[in-house]
Design a protein. Structure first.
Length: 211
């Protein structure tokens, strides 16, 4: 009987703590009207960051907040970077393709930050195939490999998926974080990037509790 009473007490404390946490983060994130399918392995929570290379806020967020979080994220989190694409005529399409070219060639760790820096620190126009080709060449990717991958079926498939997911997530700007395909989070809602990361960790724990 004592063991049962203790278990009930623990459950009540847990529910109380959860209720307090829910109240603390109320209004700092949104539910996506139609939850989107995720690609996370079983038992993991998917976290997607939608960004543009041309967005200075994305650059700041990526370098000063997200990079450190990714290096220390829980093992049961499946993280995905995704360029936001607003339709087939999105003017940032070459940069989105560059992201997937780098991913396909397994050089994203060499290209991602330098591409941000070229645009925002060096003030260079990188939103065209030729400029991107030169950047990749400086980081060890041959012109042939770049061109073959840039025009590949795989990259086209990823671009089309990014278009679909951008629409499904119902966003109108970046950076945006999506948790488990159903929670939408921005710095504006969270009141700053520091708070945004706290809300992100809270939502991950909230989602893991349902698994």
């Amino acid at each position: 009987m004592k063991i049962y009473t203790k278990l009930v007490f623990i459950c009540l404390i847990t529910l109380f703590q959860t209720a307090i946490a829910d109240n603390n983060y109320e209004g700092k994130y949104e539910l996506i009207t139609t939850p989107q399918q995720t690609s996370a392995p079983e038992g993991k929570v998917e976290v997607v960051e939608l960004f543009w290379y041309t967005c200075p806020h994305c650059y700041r967020f990526d370098e000063n907040y997200l990079k450190n979080w990714k290096a220390n994220k829980p093992k049961n989190v499946h993280f995905i970077h995704m360029p936001a694409i607003f339709g087939s005529n999105d003017r940032r399409l070459p940069l989105a393709k560059a992201f997937y070219v780098a991913e396909a060639l397994k050089v994203l760790d060499k290209i991602h930050t330098p591409l941000f820096k070229a645009i925002h620190d060096d003030k260079r126009n990188m939103n065209n195939r030729e400029a991107l080709q030169r950047l990749f060449s400086r980081h060890g990717v041959s012109v042939k490999d770049f061109n073959d991958t840039y025009d590949s079926f795989w990259v086209t498939t990823q671009i089309n998926r990014a278009k679909t997911m951008t629409k499904g997530y119902d966003i109108n700007g970046v950076p945006v974080i999506i948790v488990a395909g159903k929670y939408r989070l921005t710095s504006e809602m969270a009141n700053g990037y520091n708070e945004m990361m706290k809300v992100l960790d809270y939502l991950i724990k909230k989602e893991l509790a349902t698994k």
